[in-house]
Design a protein around this ligand. Structure first.
Ligand code: F0G
Length: 454
């Protein structure tokens, strides 16, 4: 059959509320044109994030009932730990309430003034935690990763020449090497197994621990199976294990590829680092057998980890994005190609070329999508990445709008509605105007800054 259907049926539903365009215009004004400021029940289709917004399965909900809430030594923890180790065979698994808590712990150990930490592209919370410690983060993704139209199959790959030069230049100030799978900030693009291995080998050559930000490891493994030579006949869990066996540790947001509404972990092989991390965890998150989570959360994640590697699910998951991208492409909307794992990225700088980067074309498009169709996406561009540590601003590498697709939550008719909203937008796009930031915090301004329409 040509049609790849949603490989589930619906047992429980959540109504969504229709609003009028006029209502949305007022809501936008009240939120100072920052979509993070909207109430979610004023949003028709919420593509703000794929993080924690997925639908849990009936089996996950029944596992929730089994949650044991003991402070220390809960069997729920041991089931969670076994499920993580089955895919990511690290010696120590330290549960946290979400991914950024794992990052905060990791960079409380590895960060600090004068330190330099490379990644293919740091996600915003990763960069935030690095910079809050006084260290610097650098993005060394391959050049193809910055070209939205380039069809390279692994646009999340680390630029190995740049990494080697970086390790020579920064020497002892580099505490670890990181890679993010998939490369969220660069369009949800995958990293090949060969590139993970080569990055790990370079880190080893320079004596640096190698960490994977594994948020979307299953989607990344699906791309490896589909696109990398010699991987077609391998199982997803085997590919996942191969990726993680290259690393000395990982950070994880279980709100993505563990089908959780909350959760995360830090995993490590080194005993001393693990002890430091657990001491920090006890101070900030909780006892090491629950971290920042309840026993029932740990159960939901243990079950979720068995479901996320299902090939029927992954095939449908990636097909959803490809479908939307093919339709937008046919409309002449510039999209990041090929389709990424968790989201559709629109090249707002190219589509709204009359709006210069420092008037935030991504923000203009995200606001217009909400005003016209009640759809909430997220600017990933100069608003998110343009602010410099010295208080100035420069254009980000790209100005994208991300429509992140929650897992198992929306259906094909929601996708078709989205395409229709773009058809309407194409008619009026030249009348859209840019924005000016009127108020912003020092770090991670995109969450709370306020805008004025120009
Ligand atoms: N790393 C990556 C690659 C991420 O995408 C995220 C979260 C995190 C770390 C932090 O994890 O949210 O559990 O603390 N990304 C979400 C997103 C928020 O919308 O892309 P967290």
């Amino acid at each position: 059959m040509k049609t790849i259907i949603e490989p589930f049926r619906i047992k429980s539903v959540e109504p969504i509320r229709m609003t009028t365009r006029e209502e949305r215009q007022n809501l936008l004004k009240d939120a100072h044109y920052n979509l993070f400021g909207l109430h979610s029940n004023d949003v028709l289709i919420d593509f703000l994030t794929d993080s924690g917004t997925g639908a849990m399965s009936a089996t996950q909900w029944s596992a929730v009932m089994r949650g044991d809430e003991s402070y220390a030594g809960s069997p729920s923890f041991y089931r969670f730990e076994a499920a993580v180790k089955n895919l990511a065979p690290f010696k120590h698994v330290i549960p946290t309430h979400q991914g950024r808590a794992a990052e905060a712990i990791l960079f409380s150990i590895f960060g600090g003034p004068g330190k330099n930490i490379p990644n293919n592209t740091h996600f915003d919370t990763t960069r935030g935690n690095i910079e809050a410690s006084g260290a610097n983060g650098h993005d060394l993704v391959i050049a193809e990763g910055h070209d939205p139209a380039n069809l390279h199959p692994f646009k999340g790959n680390m630029d190995l020449d740049k990494l080697e030069a970086y390790l020579v230049e920064h020497g002892d100030s580099v505490p670890c090497v990181m890679i993010t799978i998939t490369n969220n900030a660069g369009g949800g693009q995958p990293v090949s197994l060969a590139n993970i291995r080569a990055t790990a080998a370079l880190a080893r050559k320079f004596g640096k621990p190698f960490f994977i930000d594994g948020c979307r490891f299953a989607e990344n493994a699906w791309f490896i199976k589909e696109r990398e030579e010699g991987q077609q006949d391998r199982s997803i869990p085997d590919i996942v294990r191969d990726c993680f066996s290259e690393a000395d540790g990982m950070t994880m947001s279980a709100k993505k590829d563990a089908f959780g509404n909350i959760g995360g972990w830090l995993a490590l092989n080194d005993d001393d680092l693990a002890e430091q991390a657990r001491n920090h965890l006890i101070r900030t998150e909780g006892f090491p057998t629950y971290g920042g989570l309840s026993g029932r959360d740990l159960e939901a994640l243990a079950q979720g980890l068995t479901e996320i590697v299902d090939e029927d699910y992954l095939r449908y998951r990636i097909r959803t994005n490809t479908y939307i991208i093919e339709r937008l492409d046919a409309l002449g909307v510039p999209v990041v190609k090929p389709a990424g794992g968790h989201a559709v990225f629109i090249d707002a700088r190219a589509w709204l070329s009359h709006i210069p980067p420092q008037q935030y074309p991504g923000q203009a498009l995200a606001v217009a999508l909400y005003e016209l169709g009640g759809i909430r996406g997220c600017e990933i561009g100069t608003v998110m990445f343009g602010a410099q540590p010295d208080g100035t601003e420069k254009p980000a590498a790209m100005d994208l709008v991300r429509l992140a697709i929650p897992r198992r939550t929306y259906t094909q008719s929601h996708a078709d509605y989205l395409i229709e909203v773009f058809e309407e937008l194409a008619q009026i796009k030249n009348s859209l105007r840019g924005y000016r930031i009127t108020k912003q915090p020092k770090l991670m301004r995109h969450f709370t800054c306020q805008f004025e329409k120009l």
